[in-house]
Design a protein around this ligand. Structure first.
Ligand code: UD2
Length: 309
């Protein structure tokens, strides 16, 4: 039984990771429930602390008392828009808390097996190189992207400079069960799912031709586990499906699966929206990972879950 800490473990991706690991590991979750939900983890046996990761004293005590083997750092203010409105506060969460944890581990020589930080495709910005490779230029355009990129570099460089077993990942558009649909900046598929179920109009920004690399959360969890347990290098991996689908095609596939016609209200493009996104996942495939949920099966699984709630 390994001892595992998941910060942000009551959130969308963190809670899915906790469900996947709980049978064979002892799991501790720290989450302030700002976006996460207690009900995401109430059916599994985990130690849960409703706490802010910016409380350094609390985190230090937790780390020194528990001697975790694996730390998955998913706690974040994940809204880009929020980071534009509150750059300093979101910086405390998205960067300072990560650095403080790394530093505490280093100074106290805590015997971790792996520290994994979760970054975002947002670091690539709007540059034309396509699809995005881990070696592509970055262009962090918002406080969120700046903090994610800096924390990613701290994570990787703590590996190189101090020999800590660290690794980072960049998520593309993750979707699936337990994604919180309650903010206008929630993942588009969580919003569509909610609109379909409640027969509410969906606002489509633009004409639907914008593309994204949608990846099912089950694949994301498998990739996180594989990267943290089967690789050694302090480096960064894209986590994505490697496909590229126009939003309108996703909607049509989803309508087909659910048997429900989405009521679409077209609006102007959202400010700063990118038109195309797709990851190169050669590096991830190089460690033996293959996505197992093509869009149609992932959407089906998501709908099966959500329509029964
Ligand atoms: C993702 C991240 C964002 C940032 C960005 C970097 C999510 C939820 N967001 O934004 O944090 O990292 O990548 O590039 O992962 N849309 C609608 N109607 C809605 C909501 C969205 O039409 O109600 C559109 C939106 O304008 C966009 C597409 O759907 O064209 C996807 O939106 P998103 O917010 O799910 O993801 P994205 O890639 O824009």
């Amino acid at each position: 039984m390994a001892k595992v800490l998941i910060t942000g473990g009551a959130g969308f991706i963190g809670s899915n990771l906790a469900h996947a690991l709980v049978d064979n590991n002892e799991i501790t979750i720290v989450d302030d429930l700002s976006m996460g939900k207690k009900k995401n983890i109430e059916d599994i046996d985990v130690k849960f602390y409703e706490h802010d990761v910016c409380d350094h004293e609390f985190m230090h005590q937790l780390l020194s008392k528990n001697k975790f083997d694996y730390i998955y750092y998913l706690a974040a203010v994940s809204s880009v828009a929020d980071s534009v409105v509150r750059p300093l506060e979101t910086h405390q969460v998205n960067q300072e808390s990560v650095l403080d944890t790394l530093e505490y581990i280093r100074v106290n020589k805590l015997p971790i097996k792996r520290f994994l930080f979760t970054s975002s495709a947002a670091v690539y910005g709007n540059l034309p190189d396509f699809p995005k490779k881990e070696t592509s230029h970055v262009q962090p355009l918002t406080p969120y992207a700046i903090d994610k990129y800096a924390s990613e570099r701290f994570t990787i460089d703590y590996g190189h400079l101090y020999d800590l077993p660290t690794v980072a990942v960049r998520f593309f558009n993750v979707y699936g069960p337990r994604q919180n649909p309650d903010s206008p900046y929630s993942g588009v598929l969580s919003i569509i799912t909610k609109c379909m179920k409640n027969n509410k109009p969906f606002i489509l920004y633009g004409d639907g031709s914008q593309t994204r690399d949608f990846v099912y959360v089950g694949d994301v969890v498998n990739a996180l586990i594989k990267i943290s347990t089967e690789t050694k290098e302090s480096t960064v991996y894209n986590i994505a499906d490697g496909g590229e689908t126009p939003l309108i095609d996703v909607i049509h596939t989803y309508e087909d699966i659910s048997g429900i016609k989405l009521n679409i209200n077209y609006k102007e493009n959202r400010n700063g929206d990118i038109t195309k996104s797709k990851a190169d996942i050669t590096k991830l495939k190089g460690i033996g990972f293959e996505p197992s949920w093509p869009l149609r099966s992932g959407l089906k699984k998501y709908w099966d879950y959500y329509s029964k709630l």
